[in-house]
Design a protein around this ligand. Structure first.
Ligand code: HXC
Length: 257
């Protein structure tokens, strides 16, 4: 399948999606969203694909939602079309995915990176929510996900001043899982994705659901949710296979059921 604004490649069990609007620093317009919704749904539905990496270019992961597309829009159009609500289809992806970020991840770019299960950053990465400088505010989850990731003080400062945060500060603050040299970014992200792709598929989904539940529930509810899912995994063949392989000192062969 070929797309207008992204490039999708399959590397074994890993899908690599590259944002490809270099002339606009990968600014996210409606076509990018439509392409990503299609690519992520195809990934989620393909039993042979086990992890996905979303990346941009060396200069920009994405410099935000497309300002030129939004400029002329009024409230009625934005509200009427529920502008960018389609991103919820991307966050509904059940299988794991990683954002590999080099260069600018600003506004919607930062927000898309934060939709990922985790971010691997190049040492060149710069994160920011500069919408205030355009007379607006984050609209794709930034005020909520950034605050959950790095806490109120830094999130509020970043939203109110629009300043950028470099990779080191982002790692210290808990926004990114790991920093790698820019030249190794995609290779490192693919290596991590391959590791995840080698795990039992249902366990991968369950682990993702559990960690995400921590952002949606109180502690007792979250722990109950975890325990029930943990119990549920004992109904899978892969639990038997994984534990039997450990005891038998051999490599597990996952069935995905
Ligand atoms: C449309 C964009 C763009 C954007 C860059 N471009 N960002 N086009 N939307 N968000 C375009 C420029 O217009 C220019 O095209 C080309 O990409 C290269 O950008 P330059 O500005 O010339 O590059 P540079 O001088 O290196 O500066 C890089 C930059 C700057 C610092 C990242 O481009 C910048 O500040 N961009 C905007 C960042 C931003 O405000 N993002 C938040 C958007 S609002 P031309 O054709 O002129 O050469 C948002 C809201 C989310 O994301 C919520 C939505 C619901």
């Amino acid at each position: 399948m070929s797309y207008e604004t992204i490039v999708v490649e399959q590397r074994g069990a890993v899908t690599l999606v590259t944002l490809n609007r270099p002339q606009a620093l990968n600014a996210l317009n409606s076509q990018v969203l439509a392409d990503l919704i299609h690519a992520f749904a195809a990934y989620d539905a393909d039993p042979d694909q086990r992890c996905l990496v979303l990346t941009g270019s060396e200069k920009a992961f994405a410099a935000g939602a497309d300002i030129k597309e939004m400029e002329a829009q009024g409230f009625a159009e934005m509200y009427g079309s529920n502008f960018f609500a389609g991103w919820e289809k991307v966050t509904a992806t059940r299988k794991p995915w990683i954002a590999a970020v080099a260069g600018f991840a600003l506004g919607g770019g930062c927000e898309v990176a934060m939709m990922a299960d985790f971010i691997i950053a190049a040492d060149t990465a710069k994160f920011g929510q500069p919408e205030i400088k355009l007379g607006v505010a984050p609209g794709m989850g930034g005020s909520q996900r950034l605050t959950r990731a790095i806490g109120k003080a830094k999130a509020m400062e970043m939203c109110l001043t629009g300043r950028m945060m470099g990779a080191e500060e982002a790692e210290r603050a808990g926004l990114v899982a790991r920093i790698v040299p820019a030249a190794d970014l995609v290779a490192e992200a693919l290596k991590t994705a391959e590791q995840i792709a080698g795990m039992a598929p249902l366990a991968a989904i369950a682990n993702k659901e559990m960690v995400n539940a921590a952002f949606e529930t109180g502690l007792a509810q979250g722990i109950l949710f975890e325990r029930r899912l943990f119990h549920g995994l004992f109904g899978t063949e892969d639990q038997k296979e994984g534990m039997n392989a450990f005891v038998g000192k051999r490599q597990a062969e996952w069935k995905g059921k």
